[in-house]
Design a protein around this ligand. Sequence first.
Ligand code: SF4
Ligand code: SF4
Length: 286
Amino acid sequence: MARLPVSSSDSSVPRSLWQRQRWLVLRRLSQALVLLAFLSGPWFGLWIAKGNLSSSLTLGVLPLTDPLLALQTLLTGHLPYSAALTGAAIVLGFYLLVGGRVFCGWVCPVNVVTDTAAWTRRRLGIKTGRVPDAATRYWLLGGILVAAAVAGRLAWEWVNPVSLLHRGLIFGMGGGLFVIAGIFVYDVLVASRGWCGHLCPMGAFYGLLGRTALLRVSAAKRSACDDCMDCFAVCPEPQVIRPALKAVGQAGPLILSSDCTTCGRCIDVCDKQVFKMTHRFDQRSE
Ligand code: SF4
Ligand code: SF4
């Protein structure tokens, strides 16, 4: 006899396209809206956000500054304008609260490129390559801070792919196109999730901010996991899943690693509906 669905979260009920793509759609919407906030001025004369992802003024009153940029500026020996410091404090507070790498999943335009590269790599069935050590991004982060202090200049910002792509999308891509294309080719052919997962100093910096964040993904229904590995295949930081899903080194179901970008892709792809978005005090298993 056919089993009747018990609830909308019943894992035996086939899920709709929306349920399987919801977090991806919401993230792309968020990334597009952030871009539109900057484009609305030059395109329509409606200045929602002036500036760029590194430093901006929203609605003429709200300064927002990349705290990594502010830190580099301080290291060059220059004191940023007070509005820039206020903007850095606001952004810092926000990401300390919600999770630093929320920036990666929900704001950064490079994420669209690297997600597409990961998808392309999966479609082409490429398994080979050489992935850098996971600590490389922290060494690079240290390197750009030392470079700012030694050179007295914001050297990294000239080549930062995040700034290059964001500025390029607003004002037109120049040589930055080669940098972005290089990241795409590198992620497809050389290292799976190579740039964001192993090299990007910005991702490393924002990851450090996420250690105490409230917003978390939980493998709450981990007893339903059938080891299909779909979540591992799509996760940009697959090493973060195992401790929560398989209770390795921790008892609770929360994904605690600050490398998790809170992208929600594991929630989308899991037909057993193991994962959910929640807060860090929710230790319930279902
Ligand atoms: S790791 Fe770097 S490039 Fe990738 S999404 Fe995060 S900030 Fe953007
Ligand atoms: S664990 Fe889930 S939410 Fe976290 S990065 Fe991986 S796919 Fe995204």
